[in-house]
Design a protein around this ligand. Sequence first.
Ligand code: SF4
Length: 63
Amino acid sequence: MKIVYDRSKCKLHAQCRGAAPELFSFADDGSLVVLDENPPEELREALQDAVDACPEQAISIKD
Ligand code: SF4
């Protein structure tokens, strides 16, 4: 599975990091960093929680 992240939609709310800190972090300049674009299957639930939590629909999952 692959994380599809649309930076142009992201408003940096950070709900994604709250839901999946293994997959999302913030750089020193405040921008969101996807830590693993091809996460292992065991992180699917956390990733789905991050997708659901994002108010901007900036993240999706591609299988
Ligand atoms: S929750 Fe969505 S809008 Fe907010 S930082 Fe994460 S990807 Fe960006």
